[in-house]
Every structure is written in structure tokens, then in C-alpha cells.
Write a protein that binds this ligand. Structure first.
Ligand code: DQA
Length: 142
């Protein structure tokens, strides 16, 4: 089973960006931790991060006939990107929405996810474990 792990704007600064909210580990460290997690031994991963909405959309397009699932932390695009929402529908890649922080316990604008209804699950508020919770959800679905 092949999964893409896609991270959106500002997630390249993980570890230095608001560590009290997002933790002390870099994106590379988090990605390596996911890859080496015992639940993930049989899985094939490709990791992608971009600060550009269009690049994320292009990446999803390019992977549409290649991958089984997507784990997506869209960062702030979560809250307003109808283009990203449309890309999830258009590519038909079953996608799980994840967030490190609890988006429902922060500023009001974060409480809206425009991608939630086109995703097969939503996991948040557990730091890097949110990604694993998303992967668990996929494995339970199989
Ligand atoms: C985030 C939450 C978003 O509101 C924020 O814009 C991010 C990170 C999270 O992982 O908690 O960039 O997606």
C-alpha cells in the first residue's frame, strides 16, 4: 500500500515555529518517526511539503493513479482553500485530514475546515501522533 504524506504551508518550519503548539521536532524528524513506526512497516511512503497551494494541487494530480491514500496536513489552507478541496475530489485519492494541534480549541478561524467533508477522516490535537492516528484509520478501513 502506497501513501503520500503531504504537509502544507509553514510546516517546513516545524521545530522552530511556535514549539509550544507544534512541538520541538523538525518535519524531517517527524517524517522519519512515521516511517519507522511499527504500524508502518509494510507501507510505502512518499513525503511532500510545499508552501504553495498550486504545488500541492499539482502534486496530488501527479499522484492520482499511483497512490492508495493521502495523509494531509494542509496547514492554514485547511481553513479556506476550496481549490485544495476540489483537488481531493477531482483526484479521488482517499485523504485523511490531520493536524498537530487541536484546531477546535484555538482561534475561531481554525474551527472551519473546508476539506473535512471530502476527507475520509479527521485527526487532530495529538502532535505527531495525529498522523499515526490517520494511518491507523486507513489500516482499519482495509
Ligand atoms: C495546523 C493547524 C492550522 O490551523 C495551522 O495553520 C497550521 C498547522 C496543525 O497541524 O495544527 O499550519 O494544520
Amino acid at each position: 500500500m502506497k501513501l503520500i504524506i503531504v504537509n502544507g504551508p509553514n510546516l517546513n518550519l516545524l521545530g522552530e515555529r511556535e514549539p509550544e503548539i507544534y512541538g520541538n521536532e523538525s518535519l524531517n524528524q517527524v517524517n522519519r518517526w512515521i516511517q519507522n513506526h511499527e504500524l508502518c512497516k509494510e507501507l510505502e511512503f512518499e513525503f511532500f511539503q510545499s508552501n504553495f497551494e498550486g504545488e500541492i494541487i499539482d502534486f496530488l494530480h501527479s499522484k492520482r493513479s499511483e497512490v492508495d491514500y493521502c495523509i494531509l496536513n494542509a496547514g492554514a489552507l485547511t481553513h479556506y482553500s476550496y481549490a485544495l478541496r476540489d483537488a481531493i475530489v477531482a483526484t479521488q485519492i482517499p485523504t485523511v485530514e490531520v493536524h498537530l494541534s487541536n484546531i477546535y480549541k484555538r482561534e475561531n478561524f481554525r474551527k472551519t475546515s473546508v476539506i473535512k467533508n471530502v476527507c475520509i477522516g479527521q485527526f487532530y490535537g495529538e502532535g505527531k501522533q495525529s498522523y499515526i492516528n490517520g494511518i491507523k484509520h486507513i489500516l482499519e478501513k482495509k
